[in-house]
Write a protein of this length. Structure first.
Length: 142
């Protein structure tokens, strides 16, 4: 099961406050554990939303919105992509994580959709397109 593990932003992370070196070391050791366990597929920290943009969609129109964005508690400061047995396994690993922020923080775990989740509505044409994309992505990654 693949999950995205989202580190929620805080006022400090949105203000661009950099973590102390001790936290960088602790997170590095944690990431190393994830790699050694074969769980970590990807992960990174994100810059504050003041350096971000959103694109709002309404039918055919597109509108670009410059950051920063208001609701800090709804923003993401970083993420991992993990391959785990199940949601309980993901929770076990998140509980082992050092507090990723200077103060109170939250980490959210969200499972990815898998192609099997769309089986009831998948047409042969849509399946062919998705298979082509997956093959191209696999070739790109080598």
């Amino acid at each position: 099961m693949r999950v995205m593990v989202l580190v929620k932003a805080t006022e400090d992370s949105e203000a661009g406050v950099m973590p102390p070196s001790e936290l960088l070391e602790a997170m590095g050791r944690y990431n190393e554990e994830l790699v050694d366990a074969g769980i970590l597929l990807a992960g990174d920290g994100l810059k504050p939303s003041s350096q971000a943009k959103r694109v709002a969609f309404d039918g055919p129109s597109r509108r670009v919105i410059d950051g920063p964005f208001a609701e800090t508690k709804e923003l993401v400061a970083g993420y991992w992509v993990w391959e785990v047995r199940d949601m309980d396994h993901a929770v076990e690993w998140v509980k082992r994580c050092p507090n990723p922020m200077l103060g109170p923080s939250e980490i959210e775990i969200r499972p990815f959709f898998e192609m099997a989740d769309f089986a009831a509505i998948m047409t042969p044409e849509a399946e062919a397109i998705h298979n082509r994309v997956a093959e191209k992505e696999k070739q790109r990654q080598g």
